[in-house]
Design a protein around this ligand. Structure first.
Ligand SMILES: *Cc1c(COP(=O)(O)O)cnc(C)c1O
Length: 232
């Protein structure tokens, strides 16, 4: 695990990359947020993010967030970026403020029902496998309208946008296409359903510039901030 000084230097480097990518794309740097991904790292990772002035952290497991959150600064927002099994829907709603990985009609319906029962309101993203990667979660592009349709009736859930993970590849064109497809999918859903979906969560340590060029509003960055993750 890095020290706070190292973390600060890494944050500044990532923010400089974001700034440059925004400039190259003719976008305002304020239009993209940096979501630090603290998964597998000690609780200090969340504390570092908070001390630096970042307002959210991303985690990919419900259990890990439930363990870390009580020991972390109170003001942080916790965002789920990993696959969610339906049977953990209730715990996920309790552990997270934002759920970025809603990827099926069944999960959408279950989250909506349970959030209403618990009197919770949560922001959600539809995770779309816009890179058609058999190794990735997320609904298929063709399923995205059905998942959105399943979310919209639930007033406890506010759908703010879409999330995608690019397939692992040495070819930058693969990530570029994945991000462009997600944006096209979002544009199509906005027109078809007459809703605003302003958020596109796409881009990580290795491909954030490509994501910003395609309209990302949230880059999820782990290793470029905290170093490599321990192998679990
Ligand atoms: C781990 C993870 C990230 C961060 O990946 P890095 O390459 O370490 O920046 C981003 N998004 C998701 C969904 C992740 O699981």
């Amino acid at each position: 695990m890095v020290t706070y000084d190292q973390f600060t230097a890494h944050c500044q480097a990532v923010l400089a990359r974001l700034h440059q990518a925004c400039q190259a794309a003719g976008r305002s740097p304020a239009s993209v947020r940096l979501l630090p991904v603290t998964k597998t790292h000690p609780v200090a990772a969340a504390e570092y993010a908070h001390r630096f002035g970042l307002t959210s952290v991303g985690e990919n497991r419900v259990q890990e967030a439930l363990l870390k959150r009580p020991q972390s600064p109170a003001g942080l927002r916790w965002e789920l970026i990993g696959h969610l099994q339906s049977n953990k829907a209730k715990q996920a709603l309790q552990a997270f403020d934002v759920l970025q990985s809603v990827d099926s009609v069944e999960l959408a319906a279950r989250l909506g029902r349970i959030a209403t029962e618990l009197g919770l309101s949560r922001e959600v993203y539809v995770q779309v496998n816009s890179g058609n990667d058999p190794a990735k979660f997320g609904c298929d592009l063709a399923e995205a309208p059905a998942v959105l349709e399943a979310l919209l009736p639930h007033r406890s859930l506010k759908v703010v946008g879409l999330m995608a993970i690019a397939p692992l590849s040495d070819d930058p064109a693969v990530a570029q296409r994945t991000f462009a497809e997600l944006r096209r999918c979002r544009d199509g859903l906005e027109t078809r359903f007459g809703v605003k979906l302003p958020e596109l969560s796409m881009g990580m340590s290795g491909d954030l510039e490509l994501a910003v060029a395609e309209g990302s509003t949230c880059v999820r960055v782990g290793s470029a901030l905290y170093g490599s993750r321990p192998v679990l």
